[in-house]
Design a protein around this ligand. Structure first.
Ligand code: IDP
Ligand code: MG
Length: 154
């Protein structure tokens, strides 16, 4: 199958990342890598919305505390598009536990605690599409970059 240069992933700066002023740095990392920003907004999701987003973790002992953390301030929601966006986005974030994240990753550079790990990234193409629909029900802007052939082999 031809590589999909239009793969999309949902990336979110969590309340600790917004509060610590890391939004710009996280945007810059994805921009510099070559990904295309196709949606972005500051949001204050409800508890119900966050429970939908993290539905697969409901029942875990850390779940209530994690939801409280996610409600502690606004989040910055984004959709990034490009080759292998889901997998590469996760690599750029680092491991779930920042203590296991390598330097050069977002969590490895800025975080220490698993419950304060700065950012979210979709873990599969299927979940990315679900998360994009949940966070951007208004839809995604489409536009063409002028330098696509400098980023992709097209
Ligand atoms: P991910 O964010 O790397 O995909 P998930 O397993 O989907 O990791 O967990 C979602 C979020 O829940 C994590 O990013 C982290 O903030 C929080 N979390 C996961 N495991 C723990 C834990 O053991 N203690 C506290 N928070 C946790
Ligand atoms: Mg996850």
């Amino acid at each position: 199958m031809a590589p999909n240069i239009r793969e999309r992933t949902y990336i979110m700066v969590k309340p600790d990342g917004v509060d610590r002023g890391l939004v710009g740095d996280i945007i810059a990392r994805f921009e510099r890598r070559g990904f295309k920003l196709i949606a972005a907004k500051l949001a204050s999701p409800s508890k119900e919305h966050l429970e939908k987003h993290y539905a697969d973790l409901m029942g875990k002992p850390f779940f209530p505390g994690m939801i409280q953390y996610m409600l502690s301030g606004p989040v910055f929601a984004m959709v990034w598009e490009g080759l292998d966006a889901v997998k590469t986005g996760r690599v750029m974030l680092g491991a779930t536990n920042p203590l296991e994240s390598g330097p050069g990753t977002i969590r490895g550079d800025y975080a220490l605690a698993v419950g304060r790990n700065i950012c979210h990234g979709s873990d599969s193409v299927e979940n990315a599409e679900k998360e994009i629909a949940l966070w951007f029900p208004e839809g995604i802007l489409q536009y063409t970059r002028s330098q696509e052939s400098k980023v992709f082999e097209i």
